[in-house]
Design a protein around this ligand. Structure first.
Ligand SMILES: NC(=O)c1ccc[n+]([C@@H]2O[C@H](COP(=O)([O-])OP(=O)(O)OC[C@H]3O[C@@H](n4cnc5c(N)ncnc54)[C@H](O)[C@@H]3O)[C@@H](O)[C@H]2O)c1
Length: 314
C-alpha cells in the first residue's frame, strides 16, 4: 500500500493534467460510469464538520473514500480549512491501494474542476477574472483559470483586506498578471468576465446588479444547505449548472435558499456540467447569458486524482 504525502501529490500532478482528469470525472459522474452516495456529514461543533466522501469508478476499477474535516473559520488560526486522507481501493480483490493526503487533493482538484467548466462556459474572449476569497482556493483558481483563458486582469476581494493585499503581491509575482485589490465584492466583480466565489460566507456576497451580462460564475465556497454566496436574484438571472444534481438538491445553499425565497423553481437547474462537457446539452447559448456553475466538490473527482497520483508514483 502506498502512503502519499502532499508533496508527492504536487510532484505527480500539474494543474493542466488535473484539468484534463476533471473533465473525465465530471463526464463520468453524469453518464453512469461512476457511483456515489451523497456524503454523510457529521456536525462537530460551531460550523466544523467531518465529511465522508465515497465513490466507485467502475471503468477505472477503483473505489475510494475521502475522509476530511472542514473547519471553515480556520483561516483565523492560519490552518487549512480542509484536512484529511483518502483511501483508494482496487476493485479486483478490494485491497487498499493507497492512502493519499486529502488537503492537497481538494486544493488542486477543486480549481481544476472550475477551470474545466469555465473552458466550456465562459465567453471565448473572457479575460478579466474576479477572485472573491483570497485563501488557498483563491490561489489555486487563478493558477487554473489562466490555463483555459488568456487573462488580462485579476481583481481580488476578501473580507480581510490584508489577506487580499498579500494575495495580490504573491500572485502578481507568481503569474506576472496585474492583480488589483478591491474594497468590495461588487467592485471586484463589476467588470469581470469570470467570477470565482471562494469564501465560507454565510450570507450572499454578490447579487444580480453586481454582475455584468455575459459573465461566468464558479460558485465554490459555502457548501451547506443554509449558507450561500449568491443572492437569489443572481441565481435566478443565471443559467444554472451543477456538478452532481443529487448533491445539489440536498447541500447547495445557493440553490436551496433561492428556491425557498421563491426566486426559482426546481426546473432552474439546467443540468450537470458533465453533460455540457460531453456535448449532450448546451451551456452558454448567447453572449449575454450569465452562466453559473454550482460546485460542491465530489468524491469521484478526488478518487480519479488520487488514483492517477498513485499510479504515477508506483
Ligand atoms: N466546492 C468545493 O469543491 C470546495 C472545495 C474546497 C473548498 N471549498 C470551499 O471554498 C471556500 C474557500 O476554501 P479555502 O480552502 O480557500 O479556504 P481558506 O480558509 O484558505 O480561505 C478562505 C478565505 O475566505 C475569506 N473569508 C472568510 N469569510 C469571508 C466572507 N464572509 N466574505 C469574504 N471572504 C471571506 C478568508 O479571509 C480567507 O482568506 C470554503 O468555503 C471551502 O469550504 C469548496
Amino acid at each position: 500500500m502506498q502512503i502519499i504525502t502532499a508533496a508527492q501529490v504536487a510532484q505527480a500532478l500539474d494543474m493542466q493534467r488535473c484539468i484534463d482528469l476533471m473533465k473525465k470525472a465530471l463526464i463520468a459522474l453524469s453518464n453512469g460510469d461512476a457511483r456515489q452516495i451523497v456524503r454523510p456529514v457529521l456536525p462537530l461543533y460551531d460550523r466544523n464538520v467531518l465529511g465522508m466522501m465515497p465513490a466507485y469508478y467502475s471503468s477505472g476499477k477503483v473505489a475510494g473514500v475521502k475522509i476530511l474535516s472542514v473547519f471553515p473559520e480556520n483561516y483565523q488560526k492560519h490552518a487549512p480549512s480542509h484536512q484529511g486522507q483518502m483511501l483508494v481501493f482496487e476493485t479486483e480483490t478490494g485491497s487498499v491501494k493507497a492512502i493519499v493526503d486529502a488537503e492537497s487533493l481538494t486544493g488542486i482538484r477543486t480549481a481544476a474542476v472550475s477551470a474545466a467548466v469555465t473552458e466550456v462556459m465562459a465567453r471565448p474572449n473572457a479575460s478579466r477574472l474576479a477572485i472573491l476569497g483570497a485563501g488557498l482556493q483563491g490561489r489555486q483558481h487563478l493558477e487554473a483559470i489562466r490555463l483555459v483563458r488568456q487573462l488580462s486582469e485579476v481583481t481580488v476581494w476578501d473580507i480581510r483586506p490584508e489577506a487580499a493585499t498579500r494575495y495580490a503581491e504573491e500572485m502578481m509575482m507568481r503569474t506576472g498578471l496585474p492583480v488589483r485589490v478591491c474594497a468590495s465584492a461588487a467592485e471586484a466583480a463589476r467588470e469581470a468576465d469570470i467570477i470565482c466565489t471562494l469564501t465560507p460566507a454565510e450570507e450572499p456576497i454578490l447579487c444580480a446588479a453586481d454582475v455584468k451580462p455575459g459573465a461566468h460564475i464558479n460558485a465554490v465556497g459555502a457548501c451547506t444547505p443554509v449558507t450561500r454566496e449568491l443572492a437569489s436574484d443572481l441565481v435566478a438571472a443565471g443559467r444554472l449548472f451543477v456538478d452532481w444534481k443529487p448533491a445539489t438538491v440536498i447541500e447547495a445553499g445557493d440553490y436551496l435558499l433561492a428556491l425557498q425565497d421563491g426566486a426559482i423553481t426546481e426546473a432552474h437547474i439546467l443540468g450537470e456540467a458533465g453533460k455540457v462537457l460531453a456535448g449532450a446539452i448546451p451551456g452558454r447559448v448567447s453572449e449575454s447569458d450569465i452562466t453559473i456553475f454550482e460546485a460542491l466538490g465530489q468524491a469521484l473527482q478526488d478518487l480519479i486524482v488520487a488514483n492517477y497520483v498513485a499510479d504515477t508514483l508506483k
